[in-house]
Design a protein around this ligand. Structure first.
Ligand code: TXA
Ligand code: MG
Length: 310
């Protein structure tokens, strides 16, 4: 990937002034602001129309930069060494003297922390003296953005600057794991649980329920394309588009394929753009044929299930 330093400098200028900038990551695009600035964090919530009870993930270049803000343990270090930078977010304890904005955490004592892999955003983070609070760069409860065009579709000129880094290579948000006590998955994501299990070599709980320090991405309607979604469908209705995992010979105009041969990584990469495309193509609803519930298929099904909860 070619790195344009002028564009990174431009993004840096805005961020220093507590403005918001959209940044590319390998999972989805983020709507970023200075995580030490209340003003920048307030702007993020307001741009996204996101309820303040839903705290922000904070992005760091590496764990050396994290030390002043959070405490961490062995489970964190093991996973960090294996998967970071990459599609995993950790819930950690905040240090008492951390400078992270209370607006970013919504006054919680924990912090969601991620180390994105995208080279442009890594370059940007390296240049900055502060970490970046960055939820997914979409309007609250809607489908995440996997390209700069998606971000512009959602926000138009309301965002000061979109740092273009091409299409997100994974296409699904990071896997969130609370490592403060017994490891607990709070959100399925781009990193498979089996890979995490192999490293930690202990039981990992999966918490699909809403906890007190909630992960609202885990409940009700989320990831919504703005039209109804039906799952495990065999027969489509009138004016309904059909999403299939794998390309078939019957190429009807209302059929959208997530992958050529049923590859789940490819399907994950195409999921959100397909949902957006169908809406743009003016279909009134979306039917989804069964998608196998293994590996990344679990995350794909998780997102579709939430998108279907009208
Ligand atoms: O891949 C990703 O994680 C992307 C990219 C941009 O990094 N970000 C992302 O952020 O998906 P967002 O805000 O759309 O989803 C983060 C989720 C939210 O559901 C939020 O509730 C949860 O993380 N979260 C944030 N802080 C938390 C905390 N301290 N404890 C539990 N959940 C937390
Ligand atoms: Mg989101």
């Amino acid at each position: 990937m070619k790195i344009n330093l002028t564009k990174i400098k431009k993004a840096k200028k805005f961020l220093i002034k507590s403005e918001c900038v959209a940044i590319p990551t390998e999972t989805v695009y983020g709507l970023a602001g200075n995580a030490y600035s209340d003003l920048a964090c307030k702007k993020i919530y307001s741009l996204k129309k996101r309820p303040r009870i839903n705290p922000l993930i904070v992005h760091y270049y590496d764990y050396k930069n994290l030390k002043k803000d959070c405490n961490f343990n062995n489970d964190f270090l093991k996973l960090y060494k294996k998967f970071c930078p990459g599609p995993i977010t950790f819930i950690l304890d905040l240090k008492k003297n951390s400078k992270i904005s209370k607006i970013a955490t919504n006054y919680n004592e924990s912090l969601a922390v991620r180390f994105p892999k995208h080279p442009i955003t890594r370059n940007l983070l390296k240049e900055l003296k502060f970490p970046l609070a960055a939820p997914s760069a979409n309007l609250s409860s809607k489908v995440s953005a996997v390209s700069s065009a998606d971000v512009k579709d959602d926000f138009g000129k309301k965002i000061k600057y979109v740092l273009d880094g091409g299409r997100s290579s994974i296409g699904l948000e990071s896997t969130i794991i609370d490592v403060r006590k017994k490891p607990k998955i709070l959100r399925l994501g781009g990193l498979e649980i089996s890979s995490i299990q192999k490293i930690l070599k202990k039981k990992i709980m999966i918490n699909h329920l809403q906890t007190k320090i909630s992960t609202p991405g885990q409940s009700k309607l989320h990831y919504s394309p703005g039209i109804p979604v039906r799952l495990n469908v065999k027969k489509t209705k009138k004016e309904e588009a059909l999403i299939l995992l794998k390309k078939t010979k019957k190429n009807k105009p209302n059929c959208y394929f997530l992958s050529k041969k049923g590859n789940l990584k490819e399907a994950a990469r195409n999921l959100y753009s397909t949902l957006r495309k169908i809406k743009k193509d003016n279909y009134k609803s979306i039917a989804v044929a069964k998608i196998s519930n293994e590996g990344l298929g679990k995350t794909i099904n998780d997102r579709l299930k939430r998108a279907s909860k009208l």
